[in-house]
Design a protein around this ligand. Sequence first.
Ligand code: HEC
Length: 157
Amino acid sequence: MKVLVAILFFGMILIQFFPINKENPKPTPEMDFLNIKSTPSKTANIIRESCYGCHSNETNYPWYSNVQPIGWFLKDHIDEGRMKLNFSTFATYEPKRQAHKLAESREMVEKREMPLNSFVLGHPEAELTDAERAEIIRYFKFIEDDTRLLNDLPPEK
Ligand code: HEC
């Protein structure tokens, strides 16, 4: 038993020597979703607080991201979140992909799958009230429809 505790203890210390990379990619405001769509600040703030932690290059890392394995867990979500949808580089997406990502965003928020529960735990301000949820669903739909209209794209099946 003592040996096991000792191994666990030194294991926990050892993994602290493998921190995550917390450097954000260079800011690209000219490609940022909220900027290019001139999102009203009230709506923009909701999206920034509840989605930008993982779906942008503007991640603010909490202090506990310095503690492993928590940091590894957070970084995994951020890497995967950015890969699937990065609002910071939204302008580089083809119109069809933009419309699709907005449809998915709406669906994820409707189903309460996003923001991830584990994120809300550490960021209470990211929790959406019913009014905020309705507001960003409406906004994602509005921009999706606009994108489809301007680019002659059919509605999503
Ligand atoms: C804690 C990090 C985190 C936060 C905050 C977060 N997401 Fe995600 N999101 C992820 C991860 C990880 C995935 C991929 C795994 C999955 O689908 O569950 C994902 C997947 C998605 C997808 C699917 C993309 C695809 O191509 O499949 C959409 C859309 C999405 N998120 C939208 C949002 C929106 C909108 C918000 C804010 C209301 C948000 N997310 C908040 C981490 C996050």
